[in-house]
Write a protein that binds this ligand. Structure first.
Ligand code: F6P
Length: 506
């Protein structure tokens, strides 16, 4: 058994952790790597010595693992990570309210502007109870982080105040992730005064005119929660500006644009833009492993002689998969010259199936795929390959073979696939990219940009991408890959670390 380290001086908190557990038929718990952009980014920096990662137990397997571990601190031999992992055993009903009802059905919908407003949202008595659960969930994280901060201070400052470590540095810094934990920074600041706190939003931020849909006290509580941090990070300038605009409008906070600071209730929060990119070496090494190579062979055989348009997404409302398929259908209708010469490989993996909207969306994706098959498939040609079961190695294989990547979200914090695709593509791929993805800032100059609601424009961009000369595609693909690798996770994290270290000592 390895020895778990509890005294992390770098404290990470996120809803989804780096590992998740399932109980097999034989009753044994087996561990797999957690998914999503937050985990991809942070796993690459988990080699930092002295890191403690606090996360929630998401399902029954996780809860069993957390209960079996002393204090929820998982055995590093099991997690396979060099960071110590503390999994919080949050009561299932409380977790459901906090994660499904508030984080995913409310905050996610607001920031991605997903509401069908004639019908939703409606905030009534039930929501007050859900919000209370969300507060409690954030408190559980704040308590765990405050306990770890005190442990890191090693008894030097029992009151939890900033404890100088080596070279006068604080004994611990906390890095709190995403909208699930938007209240935790303020709660942690109250529990462990003086500990440097960074919060990072992996989603877009809603502009004030959409954000005002939240009940006004709750809208203010979320903003004040994040402003409890010393540094608030965002994936692109547009989301950072929207956050600052909301602070000015709903909290009457003092905004210093030049310095990039927001002052509220006497506390200063610096605002940073940190566009998360890809560790290209690590990704390419993974994509050269045997399981990927065997899937490449199978896919290349099934698609011989055709150009591949590839997309890889969670089946997520904001990813706009149905309109992507409609655009492909319009391409095939308007440009019959592509019949028999192109295949759309669409991997749409299950996500958030506890929410009815997501189950319906998955069904809509499948219906549209069937329509395309019905209209165009012929004995010698399959126009579409849709897979809805998760297979990471198969996704990597498809990206390596891609001629065109289609990434057309309605709205997306960053969209790492837009960066991973060009890095992986063997021949260099063209990228059809939504203007509403955070990645548009960095990749826009080399991609074919589309309005995600404009199916005809997307169809025309797909045609342009397929018709592009090999030289032009290679040139663009190389530029995309370079931009995608410019801010690897270690640098992304280091910049936030440095932002905290630039703070005046309290
Ligand atoms: O990257 C944004 C994000 O919401 C992460 O916070 C999250 O882990 C990921 O997408 C996937 O969502 P979920 O954890 O709900 O499956």
């Amino acid at each position: 058994m390895g020895e778990a380290r509890a005294n992390g001086s770098v404290l990470i908190a996120s809803n989804r952790g780096p590992v998740s557990f399932k109980r097999g038929d034989d009753g044994h718990l087996s561990a797999t790597r957690g998914g999503g952009g937050v985990v991809s980014g942070l796993s690459a920096v988990a080699d930092e010595s002295d890191m403690l990662w606090v996360c929630a137990a998401l399902g029954d397997g996780d809860r069993a693992a957390a209960r079996a571990a002393p204090g929820g601190l998982l055995d590093p031999d099991v997690t396979g990570d060099s960071a110590a992992v503390r999994m919080l055993d949050i009561p299932p009903a409380l977790f459901q309210r906090a994660y499904n009802a508030v984080a995913n059905s409310t905050l996610w919908f607001v920031h991605h502007m997903l509401y069908d407003t004639p019908n939703r949202p409606s905030f009534g008595h039930g929501f007050a109870r859900e919000w209370e659960a969300f507060r409690r969930y954030n408190e559980m994280f704040a308590d765990a982080l405050a306990g770890a901060a005190r442990a890191a201070a090693d008894g030097v400052t029992p009151d939890g105040a900033r404890a100088p470590g080596a070279g006068g540095r604080p004994a611990a810094r906390a890095f709190i992730q995403d909208y699930h934990l938007c209240l935790a920074p303020q709660m942690l600041a109250e529990r462990a005064p003086g500990i440097p706190i960074a919060h990072f939003s992996h989603t877009p931020w809603a502009p004030p005119d959409y954000y005002r849909m939240l009940p006004s006290d709750i809208g203010r509580e979320v903003l004040a929660g994040i402003l409890g941090a010393d540094h608030a990070g965002f994936l692109c300038r547009r989301w950072a500006n929207a956050f600052v605009d909301c602070c000015a409008e709903f909290l009457d906070a003092d905004v210093d644009q030049e310095r990039g600071q927001v002052t509220h209730a006497g506390h200063v929060t610096s605002i940073g833009v940190h566009p998360l990119g890809v560790d290209s070496g690590r990704l390419q090494a993974r994509a050269a492993e045997r399981d990927v190579l065997s899937r490449m062979r199978a896919l290349a055989e099934a698609t011989a002689g055709m150009q591949l348009i590839v997309r890889v997404d969670r089946t997520e409302l904001s990813k706009n998969i149905v309109r992507g398929l409609e655009a492909y259908r319009e391409l095939l209708r308007s440009r019959p010259e592509w019949h028999g010469k192109v295949m759309h490989v669409a991997f749409a993996y299950p996500s958030r199936h506890d929410l009815p909207e997501y189950r319906e969306y998955t069904a809509a994706v499948q219906r549209m795929a069937l329509q395309i098959q019905d209209e165009f498939a012929s004995p010698g040609w399959d126009p579409l390959l849709l897979e809805v079961n998760d297979d990471y190695a198969r996704s990597l294989a498809a990206c390596r073979l891609a001629d065109v990547m289609l990434v057309n979200p309605i709205r997306d914090g960053m969209n790492l696939v837009a960066k991973e695709g060009p890095i992986l593509s063997d021949r260099g791929c063209a990228l059809v990219l939504s203007t509403e993805a955070g990645a548009a800032d960095e990749l826009g100059p080399h991609a074919l940009m589309v309005n995600p609601f404009d199916i005809s424009e997307t169809a025309r961009a797909l045609h342009e991408a397929l018709a592009m000369s090999a030289g032009e595609r290679q040139r663009r693909g190389a530029a995309l890959a370079a931009a995608a690798a410019a801010m690897p996770p270690t640098r992304w994290f280091r910049d936030q670390f440095d932002a905290l270290d630039r703070l005046p000592v309290a």
